[in-house]
Each structure stands twice: as structure tokens, then as C-alpha cells.
Design a protein around this ligand. Structure first.
Ligand code: NAG
Ligand code: NAG
Ligand code: NAG
Ligand code: NAG
Length: 447
């Protein structure tokens, strides 16, 4: 019994030793004579191909080093609703197969051959963030070099999960992670390495990404933390890919038309308040803005509330405010010219204060600058030709000081003057709101 055990044990040891010795002396060298004349002899690769179901190492306690490189060729879609990034990449996997090697000197300097991947062991490298199964086409080949390097390149469409933030659309940047890891093999079996430096990956990818689609590659950062799940530790390499949206298209299609409409809206305050066309003009602008928003809706991200939507909403509200202002002023003027109500004393003092020549009242200054535009020429319901405001002021002041009531014309004049003052004041308020909106949005965008 004892002897039998020791006998079989010795046999096993002998076998192992001979196998290992074989490995050392590299009996796995392929006889490649005739490759350059009769083509590749499939029989020569028989041993290597038979091994394809197992990880190709001679000593199983040595992990296989799989080196990774990729070229990002396109950013196809950024879906902020599902938080998915769809990209296309060419993945390169490089590892060693010690069972394949030959001496190129003996076979007409053939240094590398292609071998279909069905005949080879393939590392199961996958992207952890990927939310789709790998649709790699079948029947791909890999390069095999004479010293056993296997270079396997495959195209991959990757739909990966990524935290996307479209608040800064269309000036947004995204930072998405691609974590390459082996699905099955722990660190004892497969180690990951880099085939190229990260900057080389960035360099080759940048041109492809910017020519395909509406994103540009900013940079890639790398980290390789180990992932431990239970008692297993997996090797992984993380790439943080930073991309930026090309915003020119959106600036031309979204921001410029909107700004033009806002500028026209601001300038429409220079239309005389008495003119009948001011309110219809503003309504037309408002309609135009709505049509613009409807048409440009498909350019905006379908979900979420980016800053630009808030900006558009603010612009729309400013236009509505400007229309309301026009309605208010038109009402005031109408009231003034048909049946002017008595003017409260404080209002009159304010009016005097603001139209006084020495006092620096912003509305008055403004009035001086654009006097001719705002001075009414034809007032409906006003038959008497009006003199200059300054001339009319003196007697009215006396009237008021005397405590007696004013004539209807004087009252009308005062109210008209007040309307213009209100118009100017509200216009400045509007400009202030517009400016603060624009400045806030620009500051937020540039941060
Ligand atoms: C390689 O194979 C050829 C025949 O295909 C044979 O003549 C040659 O001896 C072999 N060389 C070795 C080293 O086995
Ligand atoms: C196999 O590799 C392990 C780890 O490197 C080493 O300890 C062991 O001695 C190797 N076995 C042989 C037979 O060389
Ligand atoms: C992988 O890369 C490392 C260096 O990064 C290198 O030492 C090793 O030989 C490479 N392995 C293969 C199989 O190319
Ligand atoms: C992307 O995010 C990771 C952490 O999540 C960070 O380490 C990396 O620096 C970021 N990259 C860029 C370009 O912001």
C-alpha cells in the first residue's frame, strides 16, 4: 500500500518535472519551415490551438499580464435622461501565449501571422459601466508574433452609465468613467497593464472624436484601484474621460436669435409711447419669440432643466413685462388725454423735483438725452398745441402754489409728463433686469 502510493507519487513528480523542463527548454517552438513556401501548416499550431480552453501559461501560479489600450473613435450619444453615454472605441488587448513561438530566421522572416480568435484563449475584459452586452462581431482575427505576443483588436460600441449633468448646456463638460476589468479572473490569474501611455491614447483619440459628432475630447485620467468582492480581488484600470460639447452650433442657433429678439425688444422702448404701433410691435416680437422657442425646442436636451431654458424663460418674462409696461403707459396717456384725474400733491412735487434743471434725477437726465423721441407730436384728444415742458411749468407751479385748481390742459400736460417719466423709469428698470439676467447667466456659464 505504502509502496504503491510512493510509486505513483514519484511517477507524478517525474511527469510534472519533465513537463516543466519541456517548458523551460521551450519545446513549444513551432516548426515553421515551409510557411513561406506552402503557407501555414495547421498541424504546426495543433498544440497551441488545443490549449485554447485554458489560460495559456506554463506555470499556473503565474498570472497572465493583459495589456490594454483603446482608441475612442466617436461619442455617439449622450442621453441625460437615462444617464447613458454611447461611444465607439477600438480596444486593443495584448498578452503572451508561451505555447506559440517560432524562429523567424528559419521561415523567411515571417514575424507575425493572423489567427482567428476561435482558436485562441481570449481574456474576458469588459467595461464595468457598460449597460449593454458586448456585440462584438464574430470571426475576428488576432495577430500572433513570433515571440508569442497576441494582439487582439476589436471594435466596440459601448453604452455606459455615466453621471451626466446638463445644467450648463450647451457649454457643458462631462466626466465619464470606463473601468476595464476581467469578469472572472482574479489578481492571481490576470493582471492588467497599460500598453500605451495615457497621453498617446488621448492624442490618437482626440482627432477621431472631434471629427465624429458634436463632442471634443478634453483629456483622460487613469487610476488603477483593485476591486475586492468578498475574498476575491480583481485588477482593474479606470479611465476618466472628460469631454466637452461643441457649442458653436447652439450659440448660432439658440443664443444669437434670442439675443437679437431681446435687443429689438429693448429698442422698441424708443418708439414713441403715444404711437399706436408700440404695443402691436411688442406683441409681434413676443409671438416671434414663441415661434423661435417652439422651433428650437428639439435642439434642447429632452430632459432636465438646463440654465439656457431658465434664460429663455426669463427673456420671455421680460418681453411680457415690457408689453405690460406699454399697456400701462398707453393707459396712463389715454387717461391723461381724456379725463385727467386730479394729481396728488406728492406726485406733483416729485414731478417738479425730477424735472428741475439742477437736480440730478436719472429719469430727467435720460429725458434730456432722448427728449425729441419721447416728446409727443400728435396726441389723440389733445387739440391745443403743447409748448415745451419747461415753459409750461412756471405758471402751473404758481397755480398750485396759489392753491387754485389747474386747467384741464395743464393737468393733461402734467399727466403726460408723468407718463413719460414712468416710461423712462420703467425702461431703465427693464434694462437693469435684462443686464442682471445676462450677467448672472454668463457668470454661471463661465464658472
Ligand atoms: C520541420 O518540419 C519539416 C517538414 O515539414 C521537417 O523536415 C523538419 O525536420 C522539421 N524541423 C524540426 C526542427 O522538427
Ligand atoms: C510557479 O510559480 C510560482 C510563483 O512564481 C513559484 O513559486 C513556483 O516555484 C513555480 N513553479 C515552478 C515549478 O517553477
Ligand atoms: C505589458 O506592459 C508592461 C509594461 O507596462 C510590460 O512590461 C509587459 O511586457 C507588457 N506585456 C505584454 C504582454 O505586452
Ligand atoms: C473626473 O472625475 C474623477 C473622479 O470622479 C477625477 O479624478 C478626475 O480628475 C475628473 N477628470 C476631469 C478631467 O475632471
Amino acid at each position: 500500500m505504502e509502496g504503491g502510493w510512493s510509486g505513483s507519487g514519484g511517477l507524478l513528480l517525474c511527469l510534472t518535472a519533465s513537463l516543466l523542463l519541456q517548458g523551460r527548454t521551450n519545446t513549444f517552438t513551432i516548426n515553421c519551415s515551409g510557411f513561406d513556401r506552402h503557407g501555414v501548416d495547421p498541424l504546426a499550431f495543433r498544440t497551441a490551438f488545443k490549449q485554447k480552453n485554458f489560460r495559456p501559461v506554463i506555470n499556473y501560479s503565474i498570472p497572465t499580464q493583459v495589456n490594454i489600450s483603446f482608441t475612442l473613435s466617436a461619442i455617439l450619444e449622450v442621453d441625460a435622461q437615462l444617464q447613458l453615454l454611447t461611444s465607439f472605441m477600438w480596444l486593443d488587448l495584448i498578452w503572451n501565449n508561451p505555447f506559440i513561438s517560432w524562429d523567424p530566421g528559419e521561415c523567411g522572416h515571417i514575424n507575425k501571422l493572423t489567427v482567428t480568435t476561435e482558436n485562441l484563449w481570449l481574456p474576458d475584459i469588459f467595461i464595468v459601466e457598460s449597460m449593454d452586452v458586448d456585440h462584438t462581431m464574430e470571426g475576428l482575427s488576432a495577430y500572433v508574433t513570433s515571440d508569442g505576443h497576441i494582439v487582439y483588436s476589436k471594435p466596440m460600441r459601448v453604452t455606459s452609465i455615466c453621471r451626466l449633468d446638463i445644467f450648463y448646456f450647451p457649454f457643458d463638460q462631462q466626466n465619464c468613467t470606463f473601468t476595464f476589468s476581467s469578469f472572472l479572473y482574479t489578481v492571481e490569474n490576470v493582471l492588467l497593464g497599460m500598453e500605451k501611455e495615457v497621453w498617446e491614447i488621448v492624442d490618437t483619440s482626440r482627432d477621431f472624436v472631434s471629427t465624429h459628432g458634436q463632442w471634443e475630447l478634453l483629456g483622460i485620467d487613469k487610476a488603477n484601484p483593485k476591486l475586492s468582492m468578498g475574498s476575491n480581488i480583481y485588477d482593474q484600470i479606470m479611465f476618466y474621460v472628460a469631454i466637452r460639447r461643441k457649442s458653436r452650433r447652439y450659440v448660432i442657433n439658440l443664443l444669437m436669435p434670442s439675443s437679437f429678439l431681446m435687443v429689438i425688444d429693448a429698442f422698441s422702448f424708443f418708439l414713441p409711447a403715444e404711437s399706436e404701433s408700440r404695443a402691436p410691435f411688442k406683441i409681434t416680437l413676443l409671438l416671434g419669440y414663441n415661434v423661435f422657442l417652439l422651433m428650437m425646442n428639439k435642439l434642447l436636451p429632452p430632459s432636465g432643466t438646463p440654465l439656457i431654458s431658465i434664460y429663455f424663460a426669463l427673456c420671455l418674462s421680460l418681453m411680457v413685462v415690457s408689453l405690460l409696461e406699454t399697456i400701462f403707459i398707453t393707459y396712463l396717456l389715454h387717461l391723461a388725454t381724456t379725463q385727467p384725474p386730479p394729481m396728488p400733491r406728492w406726485l406733483h412735487s416729485l414731478l417738479l423735483y425730477c424735472t428741475g434743471p439742477k437736480i440730478l434725477c436719472p429719469a430727467a437726465l435720460w429725458k434730456e438725452n432722448v427728449g425729441p423721441v419721447l416728446t409727443p407730436t400728435h396726441l389723440p384728444g389733445l387739440t391745443e398745441p403743447r409748448g415745451l415742458v419747461g415753459e409750461n411749468l412756471e405758471p402751473r407751479e404758481e397755480d398750485l402754489n396759489g392753491g387754485s385748481g389747474m386747467t384741464k390742459t395743464q393737468l393733461t400736460d402734467l399727466w403726460v409728463q408723468f407718463s413719460h417719466m414712468m416710461d423712462t423709469f420703467l425702461f431703465r428698470l427693464y434694462l437693469l433686469l435684462l443686464a442682471s439676467t445676462i450677467i448672472t447667466v454668463i457668470v454661471l456659464w463661465s464658472s
